[in-house]
Ligand binder design. Structure first.
Ligand code: ADP
Ligand code: MG
Length: 403
């Protein structure tokens, strides 16, 4: 067994036989009318759960789902997630109606192999990292495993308080995410290209700042590109722009220039009257956008980005190139995904992160097209910003205490 990254305590070192192990997973899947639209995160949780069961552990699986903000929201019960998890595990599981309390305690004391606790965020103590709630949650098990990479940037009770209370270890998914993502920060094969898109430049400025230290080039699309274009003095019509970030972006562009990082921006766009499906739209060069809104990168930009990607040995992709949820505006995202898939086949190390980027790949049937598809949106960005995630720090500290 290889040691966990950053010398995190591993499952192999944890005594689990006959124990009830609380496993914090990230089963926060996208739902539409109560149905799971992408089960990537549930599938990704299975290897750790199987390994623990094989070693004779009984499990108390827990996760959040959506944003119930500390109260019970019927549509956000984990029931449908439980059904899918049971199918994937090939085991029955017992779902509790509450996160903690008498019923949960009885289920966890029984010998049923897998208990699924109710949505952690139904309890206000989860997000508040309330010690009393953490005590109650910890009392349900004998040991703790964190496999919830997508939630490890949150200082919530199930993430940071449990490792202080129970013998603990890092799950396989979390360990793998950290290992793969850290490959993008050190010893990368060059050229290293970051392909960035999505909605807000403000969400991604910190990561862009950190990436400038390591990448050779960036291709920027999505709504995010328009703030960069404005910073360069271009007119972008009614495209989404974050006016209060233009100055920060100007500084960032200067830093990029001083570090010889090439920033590729769209030269043509799909210009629409409105962002609604069915709105009048046409592909124009950027200078002809007039008062329309840019909703996707155009074919010339897609071709340029694809050439840059084809020459890369390392690619990070975060954020769609346009409003990919609308089919007519998904071409740029599809072109970039295809170029990344080809680069992967040609031997490049490629990583996609971000909830919507993963959803786009899933919709295109291309989740296997990258070397690593991260299950974490915010968590993967924070890691790439060079930050120590609270959940990982908590495991590391617990590991040190045990030495
Ligand atoms: P990720 O979740 O992959 O990090 P973001 O959440 O930053 O990505 O952004 C995804 C959203 O950005 C999508 O809902 C998409 O419709 C939107 N988007 C992308 N390009 C544009 C654009 N040109 N105008 C408006 N919205 C856009
Ligand atoms: Mg998103």
């Amino acid at each position: 067994m290889t040691p966990g990254p950053n010398s995190l305590p591993t499952i192999a070192e944890l005594d689990v036989e006959g124990k009830r192990v609380i496993v914090r997973c990230d089963l926060n899947v996208p739902l539409a009318d109560g149905a799971i639209t992408d089960d990537l995160r549930i599938r990704a949780a299975v290897p750790t759960l199987r390994a623990l069961l094989d070693r004779g552990a009984r499990l108390a699986v827990c996760s959040h789902l959506g944003r119930p903000k500390g109260k019970v929201v019927e549509e956000l019960r984990l029931a449908s997630v439980g059904v899918r998890l049971a199918e994937l595990l090939g085991r029955d599981l017992t779902e509790t109606r509450d996160v903690v309390g008498e019923e949960a305690a009885m289920a966890c004391e029984s010998d049923v192999p897998v208990v699924l606790l109710e949505n952690l965020r139904f309890e206000p103590g989860e997000e508040a990292n309330d010690p009393a709630f953490a005590d109650e949650l910890a009392s349900l098990g004998d040991a703790y495993v964190n496999d919830a990479f997508g939630a490890s940037h949150r200082a919530h009770a199930s993430i940071v308080a449990l490792p202080r209370r129970l013998p603990c270890a890092v799950g396989y998914l979390l360990a793998d995410e950290v290992t793969q993502l850290e490959r993008l920060l050190h010893d990368v094969e060059r050229p290293y290209v970051a392909v960035l898109g999505g909605i807000k430049v403000s969400d991604k400025l910190d990561v862009v700042g950190n990436l400038l230290e390591v990448v050779d080039a960036m291709c920027v699309g999505g709504a995010m590109a328009f703030t960069l274009l404005v910073a360069k003095g271009q007119k972008v019509g009614r495209s989404l722009v974050e006016d209060d970030r233009v100055e920060d972006v100007k500084e960032m562009l200067q830093r990029a220039a001083s570090k010889n990082v090439a920033i590729h921006l769209p030269v043509d766009v799909v210009a629409a009257e409105s962002p609604e499906p069915g709105a009048a739209h046409k592909t124009v060069s950027l200078s002809r956008i007039r008062d329309r809104m840019g909703v996707d990168i155009g074919p010339k930009s897609a071709k340029r980005f694809s050439e840059v990607i084809a020459a890369a040995k390392t690619v990070l992709w975060n954020g769609p190139m346009g409003i990919f949820e609308i089919e007519e505006y998904a071409h740029g995202t599809k072109a970039v995904a295809t170029a990344i898939a080809e680069a992967t086949r040609a031997g490049a190390f490629t990583v996609a992160g971000g909830g919507d980027s993963a959803a786009a790949l899933n919709e295109l049937g291309m989740t296997d097209a990258v070397s690593h598809l991260s299950t974490g949106g915010g968590a993967s960005l924070e890691l790439l910003e060079g930050r120590d995630l609270p959940g990982i720090r908590a495991l590391r500290d617990a590991g040190r205490r045990n030495q």
